[in-house]
Design a protein around this ligand. Structure first.
Ligand code: NAP
Ligand code: GLV
Length: 309
């Protein structure tokens, strides 16, 4: 089997070396224009030119969990797209969300402000029961985050497309229970894939249904948020704050108001990074499964193109 590597975000050489070491019975090569045909590709942000030059590809392994940027491309008709499943991302996501949640709940921003003034300024303890956490998306990452939040004894709500029955998580699903889920969640954590159904979901109409003092943690995609609506709801006092890791345009442009808004914390799309060794091990395991007879469309992590995730 021949595998082409096409990665735009990082130095590809260690990936090629790592995949070669993990798959010695296959041929792994860095793709360049004019390279011959391959059976599979390992990609991040592939160009249309790359896909057009590879009409024989059967499996395309994405080195990330979200495939929203890839789905609009034209793909070889027979190819399947396989996403990354966890590979060390879920524990990172859990620690990021916990950090944002605890920082807000325990008012660490207030202590950060007090220290330069040498002010010994206690904040009154707050009740966990007043901070139910609503996790949008209960997939690989959302489920792990819900468990981590539970471990800190916050009430946890979860919302997904299909009903779920996770121990200790109050489950909501579909459009019918969306409003009820929002009204029951003081801290909203977004871990949905970006699809036509979920784009702009964090808009004024929806965010207004959070209780007054609501807090938003967006770790999924910038396209979920209507930026101006979020800012209006923070300025009006309906929302207390937001921690945002993902943006419509990345890097977030220096002139974007999110950078300087006093109630917004910005991080540079870093909540759950792709880890090279774990990712190579996962892709190599899926290549071996395929080589041993599993049809590509039955590989774990295959994207349903109709559904968009
Ligand atoms: P996943 O396993 O596919 O889970 C997606 C979840 O969203 C599922 O529970 C699914 O419901 C739910 N969902 C999808 N469409 C929905 C809809 N219209 N209404 C309600 N629920 C819906 O995905 P994952 O691996 O957890 O990753 C989630 C997203 O995180 C990725 O798509 C990516 O955008 C983002 N991400 C961000 C970073 C970062 O560093 N910021 C890193 C990795 C991933 P069902 O279970 O019913 O299908
Ligand atoms: C990162 O955002 C990913 O989707 O893996």
């Amino acid at each position: 089997m021949k595998i082409h590597v096409y990665l735009t975000h990082t130095q590809p050489a260690p990936w090629v070396d790592g995949l070669e070491a993990a798959l010695p019975e296959h041929t792994v090569a860095l793709w360049s224009p004019g390279a011959g045909p391959a059976d599979a590709a390992v990609v991040w942000a592939p160009s249309q030119d790359f896909l057009d030059a590879q009409p024989g590809l059967q499996v395309i392994f994405n080195t990330g969990a979200g495939v929203d940027a890839l789905l609009p491309l034209r793909w070889p008709a027979q190819s399947v797209l396989v996403r990354l499943e966890d590979a060390g991302m879920s524990v990172q996501m859990a620690e990021y969300v916990l950090h944002a949640l605890v920082r807000h709940f325990r008012e660490f921003d207030a202590y950060d402000k007090a220290q330069p003034e040498a002010r010994w300024a206690f904040r009154k303890p707050r009740q966990r029961s007043d901070f139910p956490v609503g996790v949008m998306g209960l997939g690989v990452l959302g489920e792990r985050v819900a468990r981590a939040v539970q471990g800190f004894e916050f009430p946890v709500n979860g919302w997904s497309r299909t009903p779920k029955n996770l121990p200790g998580v109050r489950g909501f699903s579909g459009d019918a229970q969306w409003g009820e889920f929002l009204a029951a969640s003081k801290v909203l954590v977004n871990l949905l894939p970006l699809t036509p159904q979920t784009e702009n979901i964090l808009n004024r109409a929806n965010l207004s249904q959070l209780p007054v003092g609501g807090y938003v943690i967006n770790v999924a995609r910038g396209g979920h948020v209507v930026d101006a609506d979020l800012i209006d709801l923070l300025d009006s006092g309906h929302l207390a704050g937001a921690t945002l890791d993902v943006f419509r345009q990345e890097p977030l442009p220096p002139e974007h108001p999110f950078w300087h808004h006093p109630q917004i914390t910005v991080t540079p799309h870093t909540s759950a990074r792709t880890l090279r060794d774990e990712t190579i091990a996962q892709i190599a395991a899926k290549v071996r499964l395929w080589a041993s007879g599993t049809p590509p469309e039955q590989l774990p992590g295959v994207i349903d193109r109709q559904r968009g995730y």
